[in-house]
Design a protein around this ligand. Sequence first.
Ligand code: AOF
Ligand code: ZN
Length: 376
Amino acid sequence: MSPTPPERWMARALRLARHGLYTTAPNPRVGCVLVKEGRVIGEGWHERAGEPHAEIHALRNAGEAARGATAYVSLEPCSHQGRTGPCAEALVEAGVAKVVVAMRDPNPLVAGRGIERLRRAGIEVEEGVLENEARELNPGFIARMARGRPFVRMKMAMSLDGRTAMRSGESQWITGPCARREVQRLRARSSVIMTGVESVIFDNSRLTVRAEQLELDNAEAIATRQPLRVVVDSRLRLPLAAACLREPGRTLVATVEGYDGEHRERLEQAGAEIVVLPAEEGGRVDLTALLSHLATHESANEILLETGATLAGAMLDAGLVDEMQLFVAPTLLGGEARPLFELPGLTRMDEQRPLEIHDIRAVGDDWRIIASPRQR
Ligand code: AOF
Ligand code: ZN
């Protein structure tokens, strides 16, 4: 019998890591499988920040059998003492013979030191097995560690003629229940749900994760952690009656200097947190500054941008959108209706914004297109 290729075990570690999709933030999703003589003798995944890392669960699961085993971990074992750890130390102490990692930990506190620690103890380390798959699992953690900003995923629902709302702003509902469930899941995996004040005024959406709409086994537990709601509101127009202010979880209003009157006080009394950021030319919130604020002060990994044409266009123009998920409904809203993006000043074909499509599939009666802006 030929030996199982390392990719098979790593694929299993990645499947385990996915159990943490909705719960590990701000930590990465990580899975670990311990294998001896071609058999799994222990496995685990990281579930929640502050709780044991994947390797520790797997080692506990294996007990004494871990001695001489090979560990397959989807992320380099940590070398630092954080809320827990260090895992590299635990693997050495358990007498593991070999460690296979999918990718290095981009956290500057680790960044290769975990692998170094293992090698110094005489443990063989193999790197890069299913690295791309491992990276895809933690785009936000990687972006925050490597670029100092979160990963921005933009979700939009549109008609087949590219419209997102009627001229009045009315937009409920364009897509069907399956697409809306997918959007709930996108919210649940995100650290932040971001929108513009215009959208809040038009839709009065709650911007929350609703357990009953997730259709997942541990939905209740997932929905206890509500993503931070961020409203981009350069002139501080958020209505006091906004529904999102009365939901569980926090609402952060991003504005610029000069709006510290009575309305601000009332908003704060209503539970909003106001953050004053640098302004761009024209007086709007500097979006790059907002993203670095969210990475630094909120440890935000993934941001779900659910907004109207103006903020969507501004984010795209600033090069801040990493991924777009477009839900396309089989319906026509007509020429009076609102478009997906406001991208003023595009007049020639060589100014178009090319996209790269990564995935297209049916979601109920709708279509989902995953795309990203092409680097020009
Ligand atoms: C691992 N295995 O399963 C995870 C790791 O505050 P702590 O102690 O939870 O440490 C968090 C950091 O540990 C996190 O930023 C990342 O660098 C690493 N995550 N490492 O060995 C795991 N989740
Ligand atoms: Zn660790």
